[in-house]
Design a protein around this ligand. Structure first.
Ligand SMILES: Cc1cc2nc3c(=O)[nH]c(=O)nc-3n(C[C@H](O)[C@H](O)[C@H](O)COP(=O)(O)O)c2cc1C
Length: 182
């Protein structure tokens, strides 16, 4: 798919029909998402990809408010996107301390995970899969249900599936509203 066509085709899809995603297809999407830049190439982003029906259902019903849970019925995969704490934006000193390089600290981990997630969703779309990033979720419950590692911070849960693309895409601001060029 041409780049312009691809970025226009990616949209948040909130209604899915049953479809199966294979481990090989997931790995292909992750491999493409790994092309994303990251702080000093630290690659702090982790993808906890849930294909198992029972675990998907636990995550959906226990870690999401009703509104969002309804949007991932029939999801082929739920992907908990995390980043390793203290990696992007940090330097391990010779005395063993791990210190932030500037005022943003672990926000660089979140920045990298956001970039990686954008690549991930575009790679998915290019392979025919729809997606939805879910930020309104119960992080503590998701950590408990999935047994996520303590040294990772959960960002979004990304839904992957075959969806209904007929809803109009929300409009975007004109470039002049968001960019100053001088
Ligand atoms: C970090 C992030 C969190 C989001 N959380 C939610 C969410 O909890 N529920 C939801 O329905 N959409 C969520 N969205 C989707 C946005 O509402 C959507 O991207 C935006 O309205 C633009 O629409 P588009 O993705 O179709 O271009 C989220 C998007 C991002 C990037």
């Amino acid at each position: 798919m041409e780049f312009k066509e691809l970025i226009e085709a990616r949209r948040s899809v909130r209604k899915y029909v049953a479809a199966e995603l294979t481990k090989a297809e997931v790995e292909a999407i992750v491999t493409e998402a790994l092309e994303a830049p990251s702080w000093k190439n630290r690659e702090p982003t982790r993808y906890h990809v849930i294909l198992d029906a029972a675990l998907k259902e636990c995550l959906r019903t226990q870690a999401m408010p009703e509104g969002n849970a309804a949007k991932c019925v029939n999801a082929a995969a739920l992907v908990a996107v995390t980043f390793k704490k203290g990696l992007s934006g940090f330097t391990l000193q010779s005395d063993g301390t791990n210190t932030p390089d500037n005022e943003l600290g672990d926000m660089w981990g979140a920045y990298d995970a956001g970039l990686a997630s954008a690549y991930f969703m575009l790679a998915a779309r290019n392979r025919g899969w729809d997606s939805l990033a879910i930020g309104i979720r119960d992080a503590a419950k998701a950590v408990e249900v999935l047994g996520l590692p303590a040294d990772e911070t959960l960002t979004a849960i990304i839904v992957l599936g075959k969806g209904d693309q007929s809803m109009p895409k929300p409009p975007r601001k004109p470039a002049a509203d968001v960019a100053t060029v001088r």
